[in-house]
Write a protein that binds this ligand. Structure first.
Ligand code: FES
Length: 168
């Protein structure tokens, strides 16, 4: 299979196949969450198109699907970059200059909070205290915590990740 991630047709087909299996079971609509999980796993997030597809295939109104997708924080309604950056804006981090870190990232990546870069590498979010106040100001990139940040430090981290991607 070539360029698996970007082949929407292939993704849609896999979602349809998954639903077809679910439809063979009793009360298929009770499996909506399972289907949405699978759809997100395959597509990376729940786009409008993906939700429409699920709606069609399962014969469940889009409004119901939308309701479920927005109710659970687990479901992502926007594409998320490969590196998901959460800048802690909790009190300890805020006092130690978290907004400067956020501003630096906005400038460096050219995106706002809740957005993703066009190359799909970086997403940025604000977070509440992530329990590492001793290291304030702190950001998380995917599962990794980066502490005692300065504008220079966060810029270096971003550039290092970019370099790593280039050499892949
Ligand atoms: S306030 Fe940022 S880690 Fe606690």
């Amino acid at each position: 299979m070539t360029s698996h991630i970007h082949n929407q047709e292939e993704i849609n087909k896999q979602i349809k196949d998954f639903i077809a299996e679910i439809l063979k079971q009793d009360r298929p609509d009770s499996h909506l969450i399972t289907v949405l999980h699978k759809a997100q796993e395959l597509n990376g997030y729940l786009s409008r198109e993906v939700m429409d597809l699920v709606s069609q295939e399962m014969n469940i109104p889009t409004s119901t699907i939308w309701g479920v997708a927005t109710f659970y924080h687990y479901f992502k309604l926007n594409p998320i970059g490969k590196y998901n950056i959460s800048v802690c804006m909790g009190t300890a981090c805020y006092v130690k200059g978290a907004s400067e870190i956020l501003e630096t990232l906005k400038e460096e990546l050219g995106i706002g909070v809740g957005e993703t870069t066009e190359d799909m590498l970086f997403s940025m979010h604000e977070a509440r205290c992530i329990g590492a106040c001793g290291l304030a100001p702190v950001a998380m990139i995917n599962d990794k915590i980066y502490g005692e940040l300065t504008p220079k430090k966060i810029t270096d981290i971003i550039n290092k990740l970019r370099k790593e991607e280039e050499t892949k």
